[in-house]
Structure formats: C-alpha cells, structure tokens
Design a protein around this ligand. Structure first.
Ligand SMILES: *Cc1c(COP(=O)(O)O)cnc(C)c1O
Length: 413
C-alpha cells in the first residue's frame, strides 16, 4: 500500500488531504503516516520471524515521542546514541530490554544512566570506553551487558559523511584488537560480553556489504566461542536504503534471505537497527512558497517558508528529495526552478534546477521522503522556530509537537 497518494489533483497522506492539514496547522509542517510506520516495521517482523530477533528502531532518524510510542506498540525496541535518546525512549514506554546503545563518545553520566535503566546492551567502540563501563558497573554493583562494535573495513558505498565501517572512520574496533578486548571483558566480573555489533553506514542499496559483514562476524563468533566467550546476540546495524528518487533498494525479505541462514547456523539472536527504512518514506515536509523570484539571467527561484534549519539533508549530503505541489496547478506547464529557503546561506536549498509544475506564491509543496533525519536534524539557525509535527492515522490527524514560538527560542537565555 502507498501511504502518500494523489486523488485527482490533491496529494493525500492516508485518508487526509495534505492541503487541508496545511490549512489547519500552517507551514512548515512535518507530516508522518502511522500506517506506513506500522507497515514498515511489519515487513521486518515478518521477514525475520524464523529467528529470534529484535528490531531496534534507530531513534536518531526520528525521535518524536508519539512516533516512538507507535514503534513500541509494534513490539520494536530502540537503538540509541545519547542519554537524551535514552530519556526519550523510556518516556515513550520502549522496553529497556530492547534498547541497545551505540556511539563513540558516551560520557560517564550517560553510561551510568544506561546501567541504571537496565538496557539490553551497550555497544562499545573503544578500549577506553570498555574500561570506563567496567569501572562504572563495579561502582554501582551491576554487571554491564556489552557488545563490541567491530570495524570490519568494509566500504558500503555511501556518502563519505555516512560511511562508518572503513578503517579510517572513527567508529568501531579493529578485528585484531576486538579479540583481546573480548578476553578482557570475559575476565572482568562486571562485564558480560553477550553480543557482537557492526554498523556499516547509510543508506546502503546492495546486499553485498552486509554479506561481507556476516562473513566477518561468523568467523569472529566462532573464534570467540572457542575462547569461551558465548556470543548470544549478533547486531548487524541499520543503514537499509530507501527510494528517494530512482534507487532500487533491496527489500526486508531479500535481506532476510541473506541474514536468516547465517543467524540460524550461528545459533544466536539477531538485532537490526533500521531508522531510515521505517520512517524515511513515512514522512513529508510541507512548505509554502513565499515568493517566486525570476532573475534577469533566466533563473527561477521558488522561495519557501521552510529552510535548511528544517531539513538539512540536501546541503549536508547533496541528497535528493522529490518535491510535489500538494495541489497540482491547472494548465500542466512545467518550469525548471531552484527550490530554496529564506536562510542567509547559498547552501539553503531543497532542489536545484528541478523541473516542476508551474507554481505561484502561496502554493504548498511537499518535500517527499523527509520522515528520517528531517525534524531530528533540525535547528533554530536564523532564530527560526522549529516546525510543527503531525501524525496521520487513517482518517485522523493530530499535532504531535507544537510549532515552536518566539518565546521558545529564548528559553534559558
Ligand atoms: C544511524 C545509525 C543507524 C540507523 O541508520 P539508518 O540508515 O537510519 O537505518 C543504525 N545503527 C547505528 C549505530 C547508527 O549510528
């Protein structure tokens, strides 16, 4: 099922017209489809039903509490990368036993918070971190369940900013060092090395980097078991690509076709950490055109009321997002335009030289595939209040985060 669909000239999210939502809550506005989020989690749940598994939604992709509640209702857990994300996860009612904690720079306070909360495991990224976790676990009289995040030196062919498993990246532990650290963890009364973790980067469009990662993990798990280190959980990370433009990503079933035999032969539980795949195509950013600006040099700019503070992916990664008027203008003429924001930076754009239906000031555009790394990466640059967030479920919609006010901007100053 497609959750964003055109009915005659009007674009709908599930059963609700996006133009109607824009009239009701204003723009810029992030709109998410609950049905789409449920369906995407369901695809993974179905694909992996043959093996013990936990779907740990990567909270950094979209951390709105209502979205997290929905994820919890679907039986999924969370992959977190900060104390703030742990706070959100617990507030939303996510089961701590389904939470794993990644990231290269966990502070002592964050580690204490994780230990206190009884999460499933901490994914450790360095020797210094492992030793700090051991010391803090000892201090609090607990045993810390850990996985080591290895760096298998695999190129996942993503943007250089979002590849994470090459040897020059800051993430993970080299294979040689990992064996020694696992032994250190095995011999420490306050560490329980239950897992092995790897995350290759994002978005990944082919299965072969994962196949290579599974090979590396299978070999390492064998080595570790021979050393009396019983790895029970294999966390293969996230990064599953989605269709932004004309990509043809693999499906959860195809991924499971690769993963399930490995997991069965290794006799362990599987964790996957999808973020983008769950929410990316479940959300759009609505923005109104404030001005149409035609330069004497023949350039047309649609200047919108959303900017790079609302959605930074195009300037940050050169990302493509589809752009569609929520109501198709009559006439059918198309023009080539740059779709830009109001911010005082030339990097403030959503699309360049894009062929679009001819629009006029006041028209509402939907920036598609904006559910992941959209609002969660947004900020207040140029003292711009952040956008309202809306969740659509069938024929209903509700505001799940109010638009910020000017007063919100100066809180705490
Ligand atoms: C960002 C991240 C993910 C999620 O990546 P997606 O592309 O959103 O699936 C998963 N695991 C870790 C460790 C991450 O940093």
């Amino acid at each position: 099922m497609v959750y964003f669909n055109r009915n005659n000239s009007e674009l709908f999210c599930e059963d609700i017209s996006l133009a109607a939502i824009a009239r009701s809550v204003g723009t810029p506005a992030y709109i998410y489809s609950a049905g789409s989020i449920r369906a995407n989690i369901g695809l993974f749940a179905k694909a992996f039903s043959a093996v013990p598994n936990t779907i740990c939604f990567s909270i950094k992709s979209n951390s709105n509490l209502s979205v997290l509640r929905l994820v919890a209702q679907c039986g999924a857990g969370a992959d977190i990368v900060s104390g703030g994300e742990l706070f959100r996860a617990l507030k939303a009612g996510l089961d701590p036993k389904k939470i794993c904690y990644s990231g290269v720079g966990k502070t002592a306070d964050e580690i204490r918070f994780a230990l206190r909360s009884g999460i499933l495991m901490i994914n450790v990224e360095s020797q210094a971190e492992l030793e700090l976790i051991a010391a803090l676990a000892r201090e609090s009289g607990t045993v810390a369940p850990v996985a080591l995040r290895i760096n298998p030196d695999i190129d996942a062919h993503t943007h250089e900013f979002t590849t994470t498993a090459k040897k020059e990246n800051k993430f993970g532990i080299t294979l040689e060092l990992a064996v020694n650290l696992y032994k250190q963890a095995r011999d420490d009364d306050f560490l329980d090395p239950i897992g092995l973790d790897v995350h290759l980067g994002s978005p990944i469009l082919t299965l072969d980097p994962y196949a290579r990662a599974f090979d590396v993990c299978a070999k390492l798990i064998g080595e570790l078991r021979a050393l009396n280190i019983a790895i029970k959980v294999l966390d293969i990370g996230g990064g599953f690509g989605i269709r932004y433009n004309d990509e043809t990503p693999f499906t959860p079933e195809q991924f499971a076709g690769l993963a399930v035999p490995f997991v069965k032969s290794l006799n362990c539980a599987l964790i996957i950490e999808p973020g983008r795949f769950i929410v990316g195509n479940a959300g759009v950013l609505l923005t109104s055109i404030t001005y149409c600006k035609q330069t004497p040099h023949g350039k047309l700019f649609y200047i919108c009321d959303a900017g790079m503070n609302d959605l930074i992916r195009p300037p940050l990664y050169g990302s493509y997002h589809g752009i569609e008027p929520v109501i198709l203008p009559a006439g059918g003429r198309r023009l080539v335009a740059d779709v830009v924001g109001p911010i005082c930076e030339s990097s403030d754009f959503f699309a360049k030289d894009r062929s679009l239906p001819e629009c006029k000031a006041g028209d509402v555009l939907a920036v598609m595939s904006a559910g992941a790394y959209g609002f969660s990466m947004s900020g207040n640059y140029n003292s711009r209040p952040r956008a309202v967030e809306v969740l659509v479920d069938g024929g209903n919609f509700s505001v799940i985060r109010k638009r910020e006010t000017y007063e919100d901007l100066i809180r705490g100053e």
